[in-house]
Design a protein around this ligand. Structure first.
Ligand code: ATP
Ligand code: MG
Length: 393
């Protein structure tokens, strides 16, 4: 009697009315994808509002649980033992065997919770609860019944076969990736943007990413760090198409033509324009950044407004109201923090002015950008044409 199956619970997607099948199918697809990286053969099935993962070969329990913990849309993972329906007397034996195997120490409170999908079954759920409860108490006198706050809730589901489970491992929650369109993440090598990508992917959005690279001012190692971060986020979000834009010419041109205290704002406005152009081509419906109010000069409310002015797409900034520590906590939880803090230069830090404006005046910014008229369109075009694309997973 081994755990060969997992019952997958999903909360939010269960309430989606007619679209429910679409959400379930997306979840099944994401679970299959996540299990590809785990040794063993698995079957993922959908059956009247339930999703099951069945192992068809030997497998590492911990690896399967770890993989499933990365699939958005899963609210809980329940390791389950499925037994044949061999009649009511056998059920008691099967349940005792299950408890014996899963709980070597018999000193906890429990409650039996039976559900019958098979209404032909000779007993009602309530009768089964009582009978099984008594059988358990007499077999294992160290156990006690607690109907309000049991330590172990033993679920007995009588369907064509009988499902027994009592362990509930929390999943990541959210919605299955692929159920909410695509978004373009501006991914730098910092702490915040990978967290922003994770948070939006958690709501079911397929993530693409764009990175602005400024060789030779930023090294190949900085670029590899961004690729590493994309790979780490892809453990949750699925494969991420990463667009690497060569931003050097544009940055140097802005540096030559515009007042230095406005550099960061103007540079960020060009990043947004280019990101939006790529996003449109890739059929993304939104841009995503790791900005948080007040974190740096380019993230004051006035600076954010100035950056936002050039975008027509919605810009999602999921960490906008978070303190740095709150963002760090998520980065640690999702495993991006250690990579983010590796010390490689960022294209923003190299060209940064000593006293950047914190309350940019839009008229002045427009006037400064006017000084770029001669070459900037051609440079943006070249940057778009020479963008390198790769899939990170
Ligand atoms: P992060 O930790 O995400 O790097 P940050 O605090 O360093 O954030 P900024 O450098 O001001 O903040 O950047 C704000 C946002 O702009 C980033 O979260 C990211 O979405 C985007 N961004 C900044 N630099 C780049 C870059 N080189 N390529 C792509 N996106 C970038
Ligand atoms: Mg940064």
């Amino acid at each position: 009697m081994n755990t060969q199956s997992f019952l997958i619970k999903y909360a939010e997607i269960g309430i989606k009315g007619k679209n429910r099948y679409m959400f379930e199918d997306a979840l099944v697809k994401q679970i299959r994808f996540a299990l590809k990286g785990v040794e063993g053969d698995f079957e993922v099935t959908k059956e009247s509002g339930r999703i099951y993962v069945n192992a068809l070969s030997a497998f590492e329990y911990d690896d399967v649980v770890a993989a499933l913990k990365h699939v958005f849309g899963i609210s809980a993972i329940c390791p389950m033992v499925q037994v044949e329906d061999e009649g009511y007397d056998s059920l008691q034996v099967q349940v005792l065997q299950y408890l014996d195997q899963v709980y070597p120490e018999k000193n906890f409170s429990f409650k039996v919770n039976t559900r019958r999908a098979n209404k032909q079954y000779p007993k009602t759920s309530e009768e089964i609860n009582c009978d099984l409860g008594e059988a358990i108490l007499s077999a294992y006198p160290g156990l006690s019944v607690d109907v309000h706050h049991p330590r172990v809730m033993l679920h007995v589901e009588i369907r064509t076969k009988v499902n027994l489970y009592s362990q509930v491992i929390p999943g990541p929650g959210g919605m299955p990736v692929g159920t909410n369109g695509r978004g373009m993440l501006l991914l730098s090598g910092g702490i915040d943007s990978p967290v922003a990508g994770y948070m939006i992917a958690k709501r079911g959005v397929v993530i693409e990413a764009v990175y602005f690279h400024a060789p030779p001012y930023t090294s190949d190692r900085a670029k590899e760090k961004v690729m590493d971060l994309a790979r780490l986020v892809s453990r949750y979000a699925g494969p991420i198409r990463l667009h690497i834009v060569n931003f050097t010419e544009i940055q140097l041109y802005i540096y030559d033509q515009c007042p230095h205290e406005e550099l960061t704002i103007i540079m960020r406005r060009y990043m947004m324009r280019i990101a939006e152009a790529i996003a449109k081509k890739q059929k993304c419906f939104s841009l995503i950044t790791g900005e948080s109010i007040g974190q740096v000069a380019s993230q004051t409310v006035q600076s954010l407004a100035a950056t936002n002015e050039v975008c027509t797409m919605p810009v999602f900034r999921p960490v906008i109201g978070f303190d740095k520590q709150e963002i760090v906590d998520i980065a640690e939880k999702i495993g991006t923090f250690e990579t983010s803090i590796q010390p490689f230069e960022d294209c923003c830090t190299i060209f940064v002015a000593k006293h950047p404006v914190t309350k940019p005046n839009l008229n002045m910014i427009h006037r400064s950008e006017g000084k770029l008229a001669e070459k900037i369109d051609e440079m943006v075009k070249t940057a778009l044409e020479t963008t390198e694309v790769m899939v990170c997973q």
